[in-house]
Each structure stands twice: as C-alpha cells, then as structure tokens.
Design a protein around this ligand. Structure first.
Ligand SMILES: *Cc1c(COP(=O)(O)O)cnc(C)c1O
Length: 395
C-alpha cells in the first residue's frame, strides 16, 4: 500500500469557498426542496439546431476522426479571423495570430506555464474567474489580486499595485464584460491597459467570454481594437456562452503572435487539439446570423429586467447589467455583509440558490451573484419567495 501524497502546489490552492453552499444545496435537494437555482453560470438554453446538425454531419466524416492539428484547422482559424473582422473591424493573420482552444478555460489555465514561474507575479482582477489565480499558482508563480471596487466602476486601479510586485509582474488577466460583476469597460480603460502593460512589460490576457451577451444593442468592444493592443497581449474567446455550447469545449485565443506561439508551445506538449467535427461546428457557429443571437439576448434581457426590478423592489441593491448573464447584488446592510450567510439564508428560507461573492475573491465579499440561467416565471417566483423571507433591515 503506497502513501498517496499531494504535491506541494496542490496543497497551496486557495480554499474552495463554494463548498459549504454547494453542500447545503445538495442537502436541500435531497430533502426534496424546490430550489430555484441562480448559482450556475451555464446557459440553460440548447445549442442552436444548425450547429448541432453541422456536428452530426462532420462526425460522419472519417477524416475528422484522426488527431486534429495542434493549433486548429486552417478553416476554423480563418473563420475566427473573418468573425473578428466583421464584429470588431480587427484584422488577424489566421496562421500566426489565432489559436484554437479546448474551451477558453484550457488556454487561461495553461498560459502562465509559458510566461511565468517562480519569483514572477501574475496580476488578476478580483472578484473574478477562479482559474486566474490557480493557473498562476500551478505554474509556480505568485498571483496578485487587483480588487474591482464598485467605486471605480469595477475596474482595477493600477496605481495601487505595490512597486516591488509590479517589478516582477509578467502577465495580467482582465475580463470585460466582467464575470461576476457584469461591469463593462470602455475604450479609455483599454487604452490605459495598453499604456500600463507597455511601460511595465506585462503580457495582457483579456478574457472576453461574454463579449456577445449584451443588452439594448450596446455591443462591447474588443481589447484588440485599442491602438497598440496587439503589441501587448491577447484576447481569449469562448463559444460556450455565446452559442450555448459549454459542453462542446471549444474556444480560441487571438492577438500577439509571440504570445500565441508561447501558449501554442505549451499546448503542443499537453494536448492534441479540438475534435475536428467540433471545429466544423464551431465554424458554423461563428457564421450564425444575428436573428438567432438576438433571440438569445432577448431571453436574457427579459430575465435581467424581471430580476433587476424584482430585487431592487425589495430594496436589494444591484447595478443593472449592460452585458453578461449575471447580476451582482449587494448583501443587505444588516449584519456583517457576509455573502456566505446571505446565500445560506436565501437557500434555507427561500429555496433560492445564489453564489456568495467571496468565493470569487476577497473583494467579492458583500455581494452575491445571480446567474440569469433561470426562466422568467421562476425568477418571478424567486422574487416573491425572497420578499417573504427578507430579514428586517434592523436584524
Ligand atoms: C465561462 C467562462 C470561461 C470559460 O469558458 P469555456 O470556453 O467554456 O472554457 C472563461 N472565462 C469566464 C469569465 C467565464 O465565465
């Protein structure tokens, strides 16, 4: 019998702060409780039919059954470049500036291995996607959170990064439209990022997973639209959220060719690319007409409006999202603004599951995240239930 011991790096992973609420949710479900679940950042709507058809057809082609190329089929990379040109007016060389990913999480998880190691720092916005600090840690580097505060429009304040940290910074993760705060960033912010990265020689990794989930026709821009952006970094995209394809595992990274090459080098040694039939379906997805996407956006917008007016009607403060399918709500002022106890209260008293903000990083304390992956009628029911169980303001 051998003694199985985890490597040092796994023992240093941050605590999984969603564990308690996950366990409570499972317990409630086992008891047969009717839980309205806002804790899942995974679209509830199906992948559009024409994309599924495309996969079926491509899956029948024997040539697609063999190992794909590491960097992605030329046709897929060209479809990405064409989409970028149409959507953002940004030109990309499909051969050197586009890389397929097995979902953007894969690329985000791997990129510090290419550019950061012991003694180096990876800057990341926080609250944020938990993979940013973990990928830094797994590469042996040190993660440094850049807090996103409501007072700053949930944008990081580069001035507050200590000089000794900044000196060692190699890579930076930012994400707009933002998960979990739903904040969007304007062109001025991206210009600031380019200037800052250029001055301090930091590779920018902009996570744009939610660029296509927006409201009122206000389309978020790409980091790569900023003058000089391609000299400083790359952008990660996902087909998961845009086309309801989370299970398919396909995304891509675009931008600076040296950064793309470095990430590609890691991937060549660790994976063998995306199933070609899925890439064929990805091409079909990127060519999807706007009617289908605006239908998806409209569904989220109805949900957003129902939840926003419902929660603010109950005195729960939140910004009205302009993008993403998340709503970032302040915990009631009562008590110690503890996101875990508020989430627990909503689960046990209202049968409503939300994600405690602190699980996305210390700066997320005081908030909970609602994912709009629930139908309007269930949202209305949830608001009614929360209204009945709100603790009095003085509690
Ligand atoms: C969902 C999500 C991803 C990962 O998407 P995949 O392409 O499915 O791996 C990356 N970043 C953020 C912020 C996300 O919310």
């Amino acid at each position: 019998m051998i003694k199985v011991e985890l490597a040092e790096r796994l023992r240093h992973l941050p605590p999984y702060l969603f564990a308690e609420i996950d366990r409570l949710k499972q317990e409630e479900l086992r008891k047969g409780a009717d839980i309205i679940d806002f804790s899942i950042g995974d679209p509830d709507m199906p992948t559009p039919g024409h994309i599924v058809d495309s996969l079926q057809k491509a899956a029948q082609e024997p040539k697609n059954h063999r190992y794909p190329s590491y960097e992605g089929m030329p046709a897929f990379r060209q479809a990405v470049a064409d989409w970028y040109k149409r959507r953002f007016g940004v030109s990309l060389d499909a051969r050197t500036e586009v890389l397929s990913l097995i979902g953007s999480k894969e690329g985000i998880g791997h990129i510090p291995l290419a550019f950061a190691g012991p003694g180096d720092v990876v800057l990341y916005s926080s609250p944020g996607y938990p993979v940013y600090p973990v990928s830094a840690l797994l590469a042996g580097a040190e993660g440094h959170p850049m807090p996103l505060l409501e007072a700053n429009g949930f944008l990081p304040d580069f001035e507050s990064i200590p000089p000794d940290v900044l000196k060692r910074a190699k890579l930076m993760f930012i994400n707009y439209p933002n998960n979990p705060t739903s904040a969007v960033a304007g062109a001025e912010f991206f210009e600031k990022v380019v200037g800052f990265a250029d001055r301090h020689n930091i590779i920018v990794c902009h996570d744009a997973a939610y660029s296509e989930i927006y409201y009122n026709g206000r389309r978020p821009g790409s980091f790569l639209e900023t003058p000089g952006a391609k000299q400083t970094g790359i952008e990660f995209h996902s087909l998961s959220k845009t086309y309801n394809m989370t299970g398919w595992r396909i995304g891509f990274a675009v931008g600076n060719r040296d950064v793309i090459a470095g990430l590609g080098k890691i991937k060549t040694n660790l994976d063998s690319g995306v199933f070609r039939a899925v890439q064929e379906a990805g091409i079909t997805a990127l060519e999807t007409g706007d009617e289908i996407l605006s239908g998806i956006r409209q569904a989220y917008q109805q949900r957003r409006d129902a939840l926003y007016s419902g929660l603010t009607g109950l005195g729960i403060q939140c910004a009205k999202p302009e993008a993403t399918f998340y709503l970032w709500a302040s915990c009631p002022a009562a008590g110690k603004n503890d996101s875990r106890s508020f989430a627990k209260h909503l689960l046990e008293k209202a049968g409503v599951a939300v994600t405690p903000g602190v699980g996305f990083g210390a700066a997320g304390e005081g908030y909970v995240r609602f994912a709009l992956t629930v139908s309007v009628s269930r949202i209305e029911e949830a608001v009614e239930r929360i209204g009945k169980c709100r603790p009095p303001a003085s509690a």
